[in-house]
Design a protein around this ligand. Structure first.
Ligand code: IPD
Ligand code: CA
Ligand code: CA
Length: 267
């Protein structure tokens, strides 16, 4: 029987190889000419590079672990009766990528028995490689990272994202955004949820919220925040699951205050 930590090392090696293989495709197509198509909604793009990166990533995972479950944005599910699931976003930040904006990344998370155990997010254009392993912390280019120390929202620097189809719901994305902006709180919008999460993990942002994410957007990044000492929940304050849309990730210290604001508390 294979030793557990040895198996984890093998998973990690495959994760690193797959992330780099995906990133090579991003580099190959970036600022070149490539086919762009539209998915559901306006400006919900998929490019030739998304497909090429996804194939490169999946080829590596399937060669090393042919019996593992895969969930990938453009291909959907490869269902297997396995305790391991790879969750892939071949390009997070596709609209940025398609416009030559170098804020985009490959994002891959690995789940074991429904718990995220490994995450890798790599932006090849800034050469920033974020990695997290459950129980072992989070790193940026092999250096340990940690969340910020801000203790209130008024003095925080936040980031958010908006879905391709606007959500006209109570306390929807624009309502929350307006409330914060009217009080002068800087709320950035980078266009890549995986990078937003990693930048919370690295202490660049104090908090990130978004109203409609998919599992592949957040799988690797939410582990990054937790392993960097931050907190990630849904909008009810429950421990985060990537299989529901709402995400609030903070340094932990501003979590309750920002959770209240997202839920309609005056600010
Ligand atoms: C998108 C990005 C964006 C977020 C969107 C996502 P994609 O992913 O993460 O920041 O606001 O909700 O769909 O389409 O670039 O992979
Ligand atoms: Ca995405
Ligand atoms: Ca994507």
């Amino acid at each position: 029987m294979m030793n557990l930590s040895y198996f984890c090392t093998m998973l990690k090696q495959t994760l690193l190889k797959a992330t780099e293989a995906g990133a090579q495709e991003l580099r190959r197509f970036f600022n070149g000419s490539f086919v762009i198509s539209n998915k559901e909604g306006v400006n919900n793009l998929v490019t030739e590079a998304d497909h090429a990166a996804e194939k490169a990533i999946m080829d590596i995972i399937q060669a090393d672990f042919p019996d593992h479950f895969i969930l990938s944005e453009e291909s959907g599910e490869i269902v297997q009766d396995s305790t391991y699931k790879w969750i892939i976003d071949p390009i997070d930040g596709t609209v940025n990528f398609a416009n030559g904006i170098p804020i985009c990344c490959v994002s891959i998370g690995v789940e074991q028995d429904g718990k995220m155990i490994l995450g890798a997010v790599y932006n090849p254009f800034l050469d920033e490689f974020f990695f997290a392993q459950k129980g072992f912390g989070a790193t940026l280019n092999d250096k340990q990272i940690g969340v910020s120390n801000k203790t209130n929202v008024a003095e925080s620097c936040l980031v958010t994202g908006f879905p391709y189809t606007y959500l006209d719901t109570p306390n929807g994305p624009l309502t929350v955004f307006e409330k914060l902006i009217r009080k002068g709180v800087p709320v950035r919008r980078l266009g890549s949820a995986a990078i937003d999460l990693c930048w919370v993990a690295a202490g660049r942002f104090d908090g990130f919220y978004e109203h409609k994410l998919q599992a592949w957007d957040s799988a690797a990044g939410f582990l990054m925040v937790e392993e960097a000492g931050g907190k990630v929940t849904d909008f009810a304050g429950n421990h985060y699951s990537p299989y529901q849309p709402h995400l609030l990730a903070t340094n932990g210290k501003i979590h309750n205050e920002l959770l209240g604001i997202v839920n309609g508390n005056p600010f």
